[in-house]
Design a protein around this ligand. Structure first.
Ligand SMILES: Cc1cc2nc3c(=O)[nH]c(=O)nc-3n(C[C@H](O)[C@H](O)[C@H](O)COP(=O)(O)O)c2cc1C
Ligand code: SF4
Length: 511
């Protein structure tokens, strides 16, 4: 009987040699005449341990990591096919604390199954959500979504059920479900991991959404920087058609973005799919009323739609029982930057930043003192040490002057220059601005110039007041959140780390 060996084919694992490790395992088994079956999976999300290799044993799956090609012969010699002890042993996967302490609903199958095995998907509870949705009325589906309390995981946190109801109630011969997999936020990778690790979950979620709102076409918009996810999603769509999950009643295609951050904004994304320049549309009309090609469109982030199968299968109440306040269910958090144990961590809303960064993440990778944590991507605020007890939920983050966004948590040690980070926020906005409105297009460039003057000691008080004024203007007058939220990283850096901005003695403007 052959032994099953699981090796991730996730882009993060591949980038550090998972393919070469898989080839070495195959070659060594052949050389020794041992029968093995290699199953390529997604990543479990313990990125500091990749490539992580798992062996199926009678006791359960046993993990080894970090496995390099040079370790393979030695692992075989030690008897790793029987789950034997070795310096790279991580023990039984089910006992690994980082995994055991999570509540994996959306990521339950990621790193476990072959992502393109429909049989494995069904055997592990897949398709139960759609089956339930098909057995009840659209009103009952919408009720489950309402009870779940699910809110958009793409950034804005808008209640999903309200969006579903709006699209369902809109009158049109054609409606769309559009999934936003542009994932442009710094330090985020959950959408990519899910597409590469459990694509059928996203397709099932889209099919439930389509059934509820009456859509017959779907699009997944994936950034071009994700070639592996694009490949896996296309393969999964082909299999889903074969399995009749998709077909004449509802079909889905992948569209590839060309690499603009603003194309993650839902209306710019729709413009891009329509073949136009990715520029933000004024709202109203909302995409739910007039979206893709002018038709009612349900636009969701990958993680939002992927929650639908679980909600339908287990009931909205079971999902809504998790979390705190108005933030219900689980949140896949992405720990990145200068952190010891970076990776994907799914848990109910409510954990504090401190618990995340220290208990789960193990503190800074450099071992130096932590200085700042940026939450929510390039438009998110920088949190200093004294605000790390802020819980991770939409309202608490907003109250502390930040946002949760897509759940990216990027850690910086005391080597960070916060004036550079603030300048970068303006620069980023200037580079990525779609150019439609003046506060963002011009304000971002003027903001970077004014910060330069402050750091150079030129008329510091006057220029500080100018930046303050500019931040208010950008917040109040930008058409979308790119210009409207850039004040968060800039303002939080100025507020919490003023010492980084005042460096040179004050002097008059040279000009
Ligand atoms: C500049 C900008 C970039 C955005 N990028 C993304 C993105 O990459 N992925 C995403 O899901 N939402 C992104 N959003 C939010 C979307 O506009 C929209 O709120 C989201 O796709 C709706 O889905 P949800 O309700 O499931 O969150 C972005 C918004 C802005 C203003
Ligand atoms: S805020 Fe920036 S990205 Fe948004 S519409 Fe205005 S110019 Fe375009």
């Amino acid at each position: 009987m052959s032994v099953r060996v699981y090796i991730p084919a996730d882009a993060a694992a591949k980038s550090i040699g998972a393919d070469a490790v898989a080839a070495a395992v195959r070659d060594e088994a052949m050389r020794l005449g041992l029968a093995i079956e290699i199953v390529r999976t997604g990543s479990r999300g313990l990125l500091w341990l990749e490539p992580m290799v798992e062996i199926e044993t009678a006791r359960g799956r046993v993990a080894y990591g970090v496995v390099r090609v040079s370790d393979v012969a030695n692992l075989f010699a030690a008897g790793f096919l029987d789950g034997a002890e070795h310096p790279l042993s991580l023990g039984l996967v089910d006992d690994i604390l980082y995994l055991r302490a999570q509540t994996r609903l959306t990521f339950a199958r990621v790193g476990v199954n072959d992502p393109l095995s429909f049989e494995a998907y069904v055997a592990s509870g897949g398709m139960m959500g759609l089956a339930r949705a098909q057995a009840i009325s659209t009103d009952a589906i919408l009720d489950e979504m309402t009870i779940s309390g699910l809110r958009g995981r793409g950034g804005a946190g808008f209640p999903a059920a309200i969006k579903w109801r709006t699209v369902r109630d809109a009158q049109s011969a054609r409606k769309y479900v559009v999934i936003n997999a542009d994932e442009g936020d710094s330090g985020t990778f959950a959408d990519r991991m899910l597409m590469e690790g459990d694509p059928f979950l996203i397709i099932e979620g889209m099919a439930i959404g389509a059934l509820a709102v009456g859509a017959d076409r779907g699009v997944i918009y994936i950034r071009s920087e994700y070639p592996h996810a694009i490949h896996v999603m296309n393969e999964a769509l082909r299999i889903a058609r074969r399995e009749k999950l998709l077909g004449a009643h509802f079909d889905v295609e992948v569209r590839v973005g060309a690499g603009a951050y603003v194309c993650g904004e839902e209306t710019a994304l729709l413009e891009s799919i329509e073949g136009k320049r990715g520029q933000v549309r004024a709202k109203p009309p909302l995409p739910a009323h007039r979206g893709l090609f002018g038709r009612p469109t349900l636009v969701h982030n990958v993680l939002t739609i992927a929650a639908a199968p679980t909600i339908l299968a287990n009931g909205g109440k079971a999902y809504g029982d998790l979390g705190v306040g108005r933030s219900r269910g689980t949140k896949p958090v992405q720990l990145a930057g200068n952190v010891k144990r970076g990776g994907l961590y799914e848990l109910p809303f409510g954990v504090t930043l401190r618990e995340l960064v220290y208990d789960i993440g193990g503190g800074t990778a450099s071992g130096r003192p932590l200085r700042a944590v940026q939450v929510g991507g390039p438009l998110g605020a920088y949190f200093p040490e004294h605000l790390l007890d802020t819980p991770l939920d939409y309202e608490a983050m907003a109250k502390a002057g930040g946002l949760l966004g897509h759940g990216g948590v990027v850690v910086f040690d005391d080597g960070v220059d916060m004036a550079r980070q603030a300048r970068f926020a303006f620069e980023f906005c200037a580079t990525e601005s779609c150019g439609k409105c003046t506060p963002c297009r011009i304000g971002s460039t003027r903001g970077a110039e004014t910060l330069d003057k402050i750091v150079a000691g030129v008329e510091v008080e006057k220029n500080m007041a100018l930046v303050d004024d500019l931040l208010t203007l950008m917040t109040d007058a930008s058409l979308c959140a790119l210009g409207g939220l850039t004040p968060l990283p800039v303002g939080s850096a100025l507020k919490h780390f003023p010492e980084d901005f005042i460096r040179a003695p004050k002097c008059a403007a040279a000009e």
